[in-house]
Design a protein around this ligand. Sequence first.
Ligand code: NAG
Ligand code: NAG
Ligand code: NAG
Ligand code: NAG
Ligand code: NAG
Ligand code: NAG
Ligand code: NAG
Ligand code: NAG
Ligand code: NAG
Ligand code: NAG
Length: 590
Amino acid sequence: MVWYWLAFVVATIAECCIGEDVTYDGRSLIIDGQRKILLSGSIHYPRSTPEMWPSLIAKAKEGGLDVIQTYVFWNLHQPQPTQYDFSGRYDLVKFIKEIQAQGLYACLRIGPYIESEWTYGGFPFWLHDVPGIVYRSDNEPFKLYMRNFTTKIVNIMKSEGLYASQGGPIILTQIENEYQNVEAAFQEKGPSYVRWAAKMAVDLQTGVPWVMCKQSDAPDPVINTCNGMKCGETFGGPNSPNKPSMWTENWTSFYQVYGGEPYIRSAQDIAFHVTLFIAKSGSYVNYYMYHGGTNFGRTASAYVITAYYDLAPLDEYGLIRQPKWGHLRELHASIKLCSTTLLQGEQTNFSLGPLQQAYVFEEETGECAAFLVNGDEKVNATVRFRNMTYDLLPKSISILPDCENIVFNTAKVLTNGNIRHTSTRQKFDAAHRWEEFRDVIPNFLDTYIKSNTLLEHMNATKDRSDYLWYTLSFQPNSSCSGPVLHVDSRGHVAHAFLNNAYVGAAHGNHSIKEFTLENPIFLNVDEKNNISILSVMVGLPDSGAFLERRYAGLTEVIIRCSGNELYNFSKFSWGYQVNLRTNHFLTIIY
Ligand SMILES: *C1O[C@H](CO)[C@@H](O)[C@H](O)[C@H]1NC(C)=O
Ligand SMILES: *[C@@H]1O[C@H](CO)[C@@H](O)[C@H](O)[C@H]1NC(C)=O
Ligand SMILES: *[C@@H]1O[C@H](CO)[C@@H](O)[C@H](O)[C@H]1NC(C)=O
Ligand SMILES: *[C@@H]1O[C@H](CO)[C@@H](O)[C@H](O)[C@H]1NC(C)=O
Ligand SMILES: *[C@@H]1O[C@H](CO)[C@@H](O)[C@H](O)[C@H]1NC(C)=O
Ligand SMILES: *[C@@H]1O[C@H](CO)[C@@H](O)[C@H](O)[C@H]1NC(C)=O
Ligand SMILES: *[C@@H]1O[C@H](CO)[C@@H](O)[C@H](O)[C@H]1NC(C)=O
Ligand SMILES: *[C@@H]1O[C@H](CO)[C@@H](O)[C@H](O)[C@H]1NC(C)=O
Ligand SMILES: *[C@@H]1O[C@H](CO)[C@@H](O)[C@H](O)[C@H]1NC(C)=O
Ligand SMILES: *[C@@H]1O[C@H](CO)[C@@H](O)[C@H](O)[C@H]1NC(C)=O
C-alpha cells in the first residue's frame, strides 16, 4: 500500500517547468521556450482553509484553468516588524506547492499593497507609526519596509525552488497594484516611485517576469496589464510592442458591502468579454475571483461583508456554481482546441456586418481559427464567412477552432444551473445553551487614557480592536431645556450612552462613511453627567492615496439646548478606553 501511495504522489507532482527563465514577446509569455495562452483564476489562500486548498485547486483545474493567482498578505505575514507568521491559513509555501502538485502554474501578486477589500489594503498597521512614512510614494521609510518584505517573500520562494526558472510553478509576479489610480496625488514622487518599485523588483532576479496592473507607464521590462470587467473593450494595450496583452483581474462578480446588493454577472457576459480579449490577441486572462471565500476575523476592509465573491465560479464554500463554472469550462476547452493556431497564426479582423466582426488567426500551414462577433445586443445576425452562412445570437461570440464549425457560443449556455441546498445540522435554540452578558459602560472616571481633544480612532486603538470608547463628564452650568446630543463621526458606527442609559446609534456606509447621530437627552442639572460614546470600525480602509493619514472616529460632540445655548466638547477633557471592558464572548454551552 505504501509503495502504491508513494508512486501516486510522485506521478502527480507534475514537472511544470524545466528551469528556464520565463520570458515574453508581443504575443504571450514564453515558458520552457513555448508561447502560452493562459487561463487563470484568483484563489486567495487566507480566505479558505488549508484543508480546502487541494479541492479548490482541483476544481479550478477541472474548470480548465492553467494558473492560480494569489495576492500575498503582508499584514498576516509580518504582524510586527520583527515577527513573521507563515502558519496555518498563512502557509503560502504550502499553497504554492499544492498548485505545483496539481500541475498548475502560479501567479504571485506580492504588492505588497494589495487593496483586495482586505483590511488596510494588506499593510500591517505598525507601518502607521513609522516616523515620516508616506505609503506608496518615493519615501525612504516606506521603501525600506516595502523592499524588506518583498525581498523576504522572494527569498522564501527561491529557497523552496518555486520559481519556474528553478523548475517551480511560479511563472509571473506582480509588484504594486493599480497604482495609476493614485499616482497623480503623489505629484513628482509618483512616477519616481513607479520606477523605483520596478527596478527594485527586477533586481531581485527571479527569472520570471513582473507585471504592474492598471499602470500604463510600467517601466521596461515590467508588463502593464489590464484589470476590469471589459478589458476586451477597454484595454489600451501593452505599452510596448514587445509586451503581451494580459488581463490580471477579470471581475467575475463584485465584492459586497453592508447594505449593498449582490452583484450578479452572468456566465454569458463573462464569456463574451473573455473571448473578445482572446480574439484581440490577449494571451492571459485571470478571473477575479475564481473562488472568493471568506474574510475571516477582522480581515475585511471597511464595510465589506465576510462572504467574498460568493457568486464566483466556486462559491464562498468552494462549491461549484452553475452555470458559471461549466460555461467557462467549455469556453476554456474551446480556446484550448485552437491555442496553437492562435499563438502561431497571423491575426486579421474584418467586418461581417454593421455590428458584426470576424477575428481570424491563420497559420502558413493553412490551419485556421476564427471568432465571429455579433455586437448587436438585441437581434440575431446572419453572416457569411468563408462561403458558409452562420446565425449568431445577440451579443455573442462564436468560436470556430477550424474556421468552419462553431464549437462554442458565449451566449448559448448548455450547462444547467444549480442551487445551493442547506440542511440543519445542529440547533442552538435551547435557552440553556446560551449565556448572556452585559458590557460595562465605562465612564470618564473609569478610563486611563486622557486627552483634551477628540482622538483619531485608528491611531488610538492601533488596530488592536474595532472598539474605542470616548467618555466625558460634565455639569451643566445653567438650565438647558430640550437638550439634544449631536455627534459627528467619520466612521463607521457610534452608540451613545448618557449616565449608563442607551441614547441612540448611527452609522455610515461603504460609499458615505461620515454620519451624524442626533438624539434628545435628559440632563441631570444638579450633578455631573457621564456621556460615553462607543465608536466602532468595521474594517480599516483599503484604497486611495495617503492611507496613513485617514481619519476615523468622532470629529465633533455638542449638546444643543433650546435657545442659543450650546455645549461644545470638541476641546474638552476626554477619557478613552480601547476595546470593550468585558473580555467575555458569547459562549455556547453544550
Ligand atoms: C472579465 O470578467 C468579466 C466578468 O467576470 C467578463 O465580462 C469579461 O469578459 C472578462 N474579461 C476578460 C478579458 O476575461
Ligand atoms: C528586513 O529587516 C529586518 C529587520 O530590520 C532585517 O533583519 C532583515 O535582514 C531585513 N530583510 C531583508 C530581506 O532586507
Ligand atoms: C449610504 O448612505 C447614504 C447617505 O446616508 C445613502 O444615500 C445611501 O443610499 C447609502 N448606501 C447604501 C448602500 O446603504
Ligand atoms: C480591427 O481591429 C482594430 C484593432 O482592434 C480596430 O481598430 C478595427 O476597427 C477593426 N476592424 C474591424 C473592421 O473590425
Ligand atoms: C435567435 O435565434 C435562436 C435560434 O437560433 C432563437 O431561439 C432566438 O429566439 C433568436 N433570437 C432573437 C432575438 O431573434
Ligand atoms: C468561396 O467560394 C468561391 C467560389 O465558389 C471560391 O473561389 C473560394 O475559394 C471559396 N473561398 C473559400 C475560403 O473557401
Ligand atoms: C498617534 O498616537 C501617538 C501615540 O500613540 C501620538 O504620539 C501621535 O501624535 C498620534 N498621531 C496622530 C496623527 O494623531
Ligand atoms: C458618572 O460616573 C461616575 C464614575 O463611574 C459615577 O460615580 C457617577 O455616579 C456617574 N454619574 C451618573 C449621573 O450616573
Ligand atoms: C458654561 O460656563 C462656561 C464658563 O463659565 C461658559 O464659557 C459657557 O459658555 C457656559 N455654557 C453655557 C451653555 O452656558
Ligand atoms: C466646536 O468647537 C470646535 C473646536 O473648537 C469648532 O471647530 C467647532 O466649529 C465648534 N462647533 C460649534 C457648533 O460651534
